[in-house]
Design a binder for this molecule. Structure first.
Ligand code: ASP
Length: 345
């Protein structure tokens, strides 16, 4: 059971559906001002939490760029000592990317950073945003023995708390829009909040100072293969100037064509110094390149196994690692390790 104490939470609003309400005169959706939160939702006063609100210029999360992630990471670092936890309100479309990115950018996190949003605007009667907001705040405020219950970057949505870098938005329609196919929920929410203790990650050294990395490499691309892909399409994608990291989305357990043109194109990209990470197109399960000849050929070319990583996590992990000015061997080595619980090793 979490303890009773008065926590202070920083609520950061970045945009998305959760921040919309219906204008009673026009019927159109317009941004909601979270500074008026207590007037709109007086029941928030029932939470034993002091909430400070910070508004970013609201955007649809389709317009998110790494600049927002850097702003968020700096804000969390600069206000870290003043709050017990952080709640980030964000559009659902790219939430899994932003939350994964933050999980890599912030090192030695000892407090919760909970992303949430909604499928139905908060100012609409049937909204899912109200419950998502309240429970996200409760989770961000929860402490046990003086320590945060979930000191991770996570996503709370529709009764489930997931590790951020394990999530994917899987539905544009359902209220349970997010899934974490390869890792259990960190908490299940029903009448009570059940924390899944053994699966919650704690930074090795709780007392180590929080650090953030703000150098992110954006020379990344996702190459999703499909039957009938032309050699010149793949060749052109792998030779784009400035691309340093490729997320190669393959079939099943990391399989790709064994045709010479395919293997040669990938091999040449690796020789040129591009880091190629093999990620499965499947929602669940893992890449295991030594299972079939079709995977083994990629391994022989120097392609790195993404194991059970999500595409969102693969992209942002590459951005983070390649931004660190480490040499290729170190980057490849780190891709094979779980640095924030993003893969099963
Ligand atoms: N397009 C919106 C966004 O991601 C969708 C949402 O918030 O659910 O900002």
């Amino acid at each position: 059971m979490a303890e009773t104490f008065r926590a202070s939470i920083l609520l950061i609003y970045t945009g998305g559906t959760i921040g919309m309400k219906t204008n009673p005169e026009t019927g159109a959706l317009s941004p909601f001002d979270f500074n008026d939160m207590y007037e709109e939702f007086p029941y928030l006063k029932m939470l034993n939490v002091d909430i400070s609100v910070l508004h970013f210029k609201p955007i649809d999360s389709s317009n998110v760029t790494p600049a927002l992630w850097i702003e968020l990471a700096r804000l969390i670092r600069d206000s870290y000592a003043s709050f017990d936890g952080f709640v980030v309100l964000h559009g659902t479309d790219t939430m899994a990317y932003s939350a994964s990115a933050l999980s890599f950018m912030i090192e030695n996190l000892g407090k919760p950073v909970v992303f949430t949003g909604s499928q139905i605007p908060i100012g609409v009667l049937r909204t899912d945003g109200r419950e998502n907001l309240i429970t996200a705040i409760e989770i961000a405020a929860a402490k046990e023995g003086g320590r945060a219950v979930v000191p991770e970057v996570c996503i709370y949505f529709q009764n489930k708390l997931f590790r951020a870098n394990r999530t994917t938005k899987h539905s544009a329609e359902l209220l349970n829009a997010f899934r974490s196919d390869n890792y259990p929920a960190l908490a299940d929410v029903g009448v009570n909040i059940h924390y899944n203790e053994p699966f919650i990650r704690r930074a090795k050294e709780d007392s180590a100072p929080l650090r953030i990395a703000t150098a992110l490499e954006t020379g990344i691309e996702i190459v999703k293969i499909f039957p009938g892909m032309r050699p010149e399409t793949l060749g052109a994608m792998l030779r784009i100037p400035g691309v340093r990291g490729v997320v190669l989305e393959t079939y099943g357990a990391g399989n790709a064509p064994t045709a010479d043109w395919f293997v040669r194109a990938v091999g040449r990209a690796v020789e040129r110094g591009t880091v190629v990470l093999n990620v499965t197109q499947c929602q669940g399960g893992s890449v295991s390149m030594d299972m079939y000849e079709t995977g083994r050929r990629l391994q022989e070319c120097g392609v790195v196994s993404g194991r059970d990583i999500t595409t969102e996590s693969a992209v942002t992990k590459l951005m983070y690692l390649l931004g660190q000015n480490w040499d290729g061997d170190r980057v490849r080595d780190m891709l094979g390790r779980s640095i924030r619980g993003e893969i099963t090793v």
